[in-house]
Design a binder for this molecule. Structure first.
Ligand code: NAD
Ligand code: 89Y
Length: 339
């Protein structure tokens, strides 16, 4: 499959490295409104066909899919443009700025008979995936409590300066992944309550969020996120997990240590992600998941399957983000299914 990538910024560099390793799909054209980013990226990856305008690119190129790696405000027009050209779409998170936009984007690609997948990669990180597979396989019986925790003091603002500028920060940018991991473990959410605060005075949005989720499966989970946590060892970008089940417990601890205690036995396994040739620490965990999710996208299209993190599925993760902001603002418990 021939693809074009739109948005040659900070994170797209990972996506391009990964596309070079994907079986059955590759990138043949690039687009960015910023000439310097476009030409630098084209040179780095040896991609000759470049465009400053996405519509012009879609008119000129014979493509099967687009990979949208821009920030959220441009997602809806770009997804709708791709749908009009009957292309499959992979689009970065946050998928959309509002639920209304997200629903319209899913409908546009559905009407074109194509697939839209959100680049929701944290549940595809190999340590997290290992834990998900263990829980889904019944290793600790029926889960009844979970905590997914992401606490860090890592400077994300130097690579992504826009994160310091928005009215919303950690839930929309990072919490979205952690909420999605909770859905992957425990299923859909009936009710959510959240608190937020801003600790870092140099940014506009919230950098701490704590959320309590009641899942339809009967699990209660706590999702806690912070970019204001100064501690050693720094765990960025690890998501730490603890789950209690009817038959035992699972812990994914700092340093990618997976412990399962069940049925009178304990297993402790190092589930560190591999360091891909183009990856660098500490980002290697995220970088590996980029390759995994992009291969999943290519496989799903080849096999006519809906991706696990399809646009339709992601509406439920996006609803948790909206519910968390609403709960934090009103002090009330919110039902995401009503948003
Ligand atoms: P960035 O600002 O560095 O890059 C975005 C690029 O898109 C810029 O070069 C900009 O010029 C270009 N652009 C914007 N609108 C365009 C348009 N209409 N047509 C063509 N080019 C356009 O942003 P980033 O840090 O690379 O983040 C991009 C997205 O990736 C964000 O939504 C962010 O949340 C997400 N992200 C995801 C992960 C992850 O692990 N999944 C990690 C980091 C960032
Ligand atoms: O943008 C964010 C993401 O999706 O993963 C980590 C990040 O780069 C900073 O929070």
């Amino acid at each position: 499959m021939k693809g074009a990538l739109i948005g040659c910024g900070f994170f797209a560099q990972n996506q391009l490295h990964a596309w070079a390793e994907i079986e059955g799909a590759g990138i043949v054209a690039l687009c960015d409104t910023d000439e310097a980013r476009l030409s630098d990226t084209a040179r780095r990856f040896g991609i000759e066909r470049t465009y400053r305008d996405a519509a012009a690119m879609l008119d000129a190129e014979a493509l099967d899919f687009v990979d949208i790696a821009t920030t959220a405000p441009s997602h809806r027009p770009l997804v709708e443009m791709a749908a009009k050209k009957s292309l499959h779409v992979i689009c970065q998170k946050p998928f959309a700025e509002t639920m209304e936009d997200a629903r319209a984007m899913v409908a546009a690609v559905d009407d074109a008979g194509r697939v839209v997948m959100v680049h929701e990669n944290f549940r595809w990180q190999s340590p997290v995936r290992r834990a998900i597979d263990m829980v889904r396989g019944g290793a600790i019986g029926e889960p009844f409590f979970g905590r997914v925790s992401f606490r860090s003091g890592y400077d994300v603002f130097s690579g992504q300066p826009y994160l310091a500028e928005g009215e919303r920060f950690i839930i929309e940018d990072l919490g979205i992944h952690i909420l999605d991991i909770a859905r992957a473990f425990f299923g859909d959410v009936d009710r959510l309550a959240a608190t937020t605060r801003r600790v870092n005075p140099k940014i506009r949005g919230e950098d701490v969020a704590t959320m309590l989720l009641s899942h339809a499966s009967g699990v209660t989970s706590v999702i806690d996120c912070s970019y204001a946590t100064k501690r050693e060892p720094e765990t960025f970008p690890q998501s730490l997990v603890e789950i209690d089940g009817t038959e035992g417990t699972l812990r994914l601890d700092a340093g990618y240590r997976l412990t399962i205690q069940a049925k009178g036995e304990e297993s402790v396994v190092d589930v560190s992600p591999p360091l891909l040739s183009w990856a660098e620490r500490p980002w290697h965990n995220i970088q590996e998941s980029v390759r995994t999710i992009q291969q999943h996208f290519a496989n799903c299209i080849a096999e006519g399957q809906e991706p696990e993190t399809s646009g339709r599925d992601n509406l439920k993760t996006l609803a948790l983000v909206e519910a968390a902001y609403r709960s934090a603002a009103t002090g009330e418990t919110v039902r995401p299914g009503e948003l």
